[in-house]
Design a protein. Structure first.
Length: 278
């Protein structure tokens, strides 16, 4: 796939905006570390709440085995800054950007591994500041065609996104759902991508927990029998500190019990989430 000068210019502008926002976030994040320290239990609850009103910077590394027709290893590091904003007296806007850094194996016998930036997604959720038994947020998700050659769908995408969860003693139940449709772009294939991430966590003493959070996806544009990716597995996490900075460490292993042809069969997910409570 080749890019004309106009497309490359748009990509550069998008990347400059993303990294300018990330850079501007460093100072407020550093100041937040010196704020009053919440308990380890409060931090564990916030880490398990995707719409908590807390600045955080997760690094999630996904290693996918037997990916592609050559059955090689694919690696995707997702950098996922979360930034909340107050909207009036009653609402928060929780923003999450996912910046994938990819290493993809060759898709042909004589091909070469491709590494670089994938397509960035941005989500925003409006959530009430005072929640009842169920905590919820609703908003939208946008897909930006920022990926390098061979790592992009080359499509702009938009769609709705909803998340809800509840705490019940040591248990946390919830889920996130969205669907993205392509709205423009020069890519050959239209996008109609569904994502469902249910999560069930069980908290242990010492800010430790077990987690079940598979990312279930469907490509509605694919042929019948090639649409769904359904992983099953389990993970373990713990809140610890690097100096004064709280960190949520997590390790999970998932097996795709349903998958399209050439999709990975196993995924090892490792995450470090740097937390900046205010």
């Amino acid at each position: 796939m080749t890019w004309n000068r106009k497309e490359l210019s748009v990509k550069k502008i998008i990347l400059k905006i993303v990294f300018a926002v990330a850079t501007a976030s460093i100072v407020p994040m550093s100041a937040a570390v010196n704020a009053q320290e919440p308990s380890a239990e409060d931090l564990a609850k916030a880490a398990q709440n995707p719409i908590a009103s807390m600045i955080s910077l997760p690094f999630q590394n996904n290693t996918n085995s037997n990916f592609g027709p050559e059955e090689k290893t694919q690696n995707i590091l997702n950098i996922q800054p979360v930034w909340p904003f107050s909207v009036g007296e009653n609402w928060n806007l929780i923003t999450r950007t996912i910046i994938p850094v990819m290493s993809q194996p060759a898709l042909t016998p004589n091909g070469e591994r491709t590494s670089g930036l994938g397509d960035i997604s941005f989500s925003g959720f409006l959530s009430p500041k005072v929640a009842g038994k169920w905590i919820w947020g609703a908003g939208g998700v946008a897909l930006l065609p920022t990926g390098d050659t061979e790592l992009t769908a080359d499509k702009w995408g938009l769609g709705p996104s909803v998340v809800a969860l509840t705490f019940d003693g040591a248990w946390v139940y919830g889920g996130l759902i969205n669907n993205i449709w392509s709205v423009s772009g020069s890519g050959n294939n239209d996008l109609n991508l569904f994502t469902l991430q249910p999560f069930i966590n069980y908290n242990l003493p010492g800010a430790r927990y077990f987690t079940f959070a598979p990312i279930i996806t469907a490509n509605w544009e694919a042929d019948s029998g090639e649409q769904w990716t359904v992983p099953l597995g389990l993970g373990y996490g713990k809140i610890f500190k690097l100096g004064k900075l709280p960190v949520n460490g997590q390790m999970s292993l998932y097996h795709n019990v349903e998958r399209p042809t050439n999709q990975a069969d196993w995924q090892l997910r490792l995450q470090l989430q740097f937390m900046f409570p205010r």
